[in-house]
Design a protein around this ligand. Sequence first.
Ligand code: XIL
Length: 373
Amino acid sequence: MRNNDNIGHWPARRIDRRTFLLAAGTAFASAYVSRADEPTETSLRQRAEKKGLVFGTQVNAGPLFSLKPYQDAVLRDASMIVPENEMKWRPTQSTALQSNYFNADRIAKFAKDNKLLLRGHTAVWHQNPPAWTKDIITGDDGQKLVLEHASDLIKHFRERVMEWDVVNEAIAPEDGMPDNLRNWAPYNKGGIDFIVDCFYAAREADPKANLYYNDYSVYYQSQSHRRDAILGFLEKLKTKGAPVDGFGIQSHLIAKAEFDEVIYRRFLSEVADLGLKIRATELDVSDIRLELDIKLRDTIVAAHTKQYLDVLFDEPAVVGLVTWGITDRFSWLHQGWPRKDRLRQRCLPLDDNFAKKPMWYAIANAFEHAPSR
Ligand code: XIL
C-alpha cells in the first residue's frame, strides 16, 4: 500500500451521519450473529465454502510455529494461507550463491499436512531484491537475473503452490514512465514485454499453478488514475498473450476513505471482461483516520469491511478473499502506517488476544450474503 495521497495526511474528523448509521447497523448485526450462533459458530472458511468462495489468510512462520492460539485461529478460519515474507527474494537469498527456503518450506508443509491451499507471494517485486543484486539489476543482465529468480522460486514450490502473485505492484502512473510502468530498471528496459516474459517463465516453472498480477489502491474514488492504468495494463498483457489467470486486489483499505460502489462494481466487471479471475489478496482496514474509542473504531472498520466485501462478492469473477493476517497482534500496519497517537491499529478480524472483533462478523456476514458460485 503506497496510498500516500490518502493515508497519513487526513486530519481526524467527526463521523458523518451515514457512516455512523452504517456502523451502528453492523454492530447490531454482529451482536445478533454472535449470540445466535454460539456455541457452534460457523467458521469463516465454512461460510465461504458454502458459497463456492475461499477464505484465506497471510501467515508468518514465527507465530505460526510457536504460538498455539495463532495456529488454532488459522486452522479454524482459513482454507488458504500465504506467507507474509517467507517467499520474498530478500529474506530467501541473502547471498548470490544459494537460496534458503527453510521457513517457506515449513509453511508449505504445514499447508499440505492440514490440507490448506497455498498462495505464493511474490516472484517479481521492485521492493524486495536482496542488496547484492543492486548493481546487476540496473545493468545489462538485470532482466535475466529477475527472470531466473522468478523461475527458480516457482520451480522450487512446483505443485505445492496453487497460485502465484507472479508480478507485484508494477504500475505507478506517478512515475511518468511509458505504459504507466513503475520506474524500475527491468521495466524501463523491457517494458510490458518483460512482464509478459515473467508470466511465461512462471507458466513454464509450474504449468499447473494459477498466475496472478497483484496490485494496490484501486478501491477509492480518488484512485481512478490507478484503476485506468491497471485496466489498460491488464488488457495489454492479455493482448500480448501473457498466461495470466487472475488479478489480485490487495485491498489495504482505510476506514473513512470515500468508497463508491458504482465505480468499484464497474471496475471489477471490466477486469472480469478480460477473462480474469479476481481475488482480494491482502485485506486489512487501517483505522488511522479514526478517533480513540476502540468500540467506535471496531464498528466503523467492520462497516467499511462489509460495504467493500458486499460489492466484491457480487462480482461473479471473484473467487475469494485473503486477509493480510488473522490477528491485530502481528499486523504490518503497526510499523508500516502507525497511528499518530501510537495506539495499536485494529485492522484485522481477531484482536491482539485472538478474540473475534466486529470485523470478523462483518466478513462472516458478507459471506452469508454472497451469491453462490
Ligand atoms: C509487507 C509485510 O507485511 C511486511 O512485514 C514487510 O516488512 C513489507 O511487506 N503489499 C504487499 C505485501 O504486496 O508483500 C506487503 O507485505 C504489504 C503491501
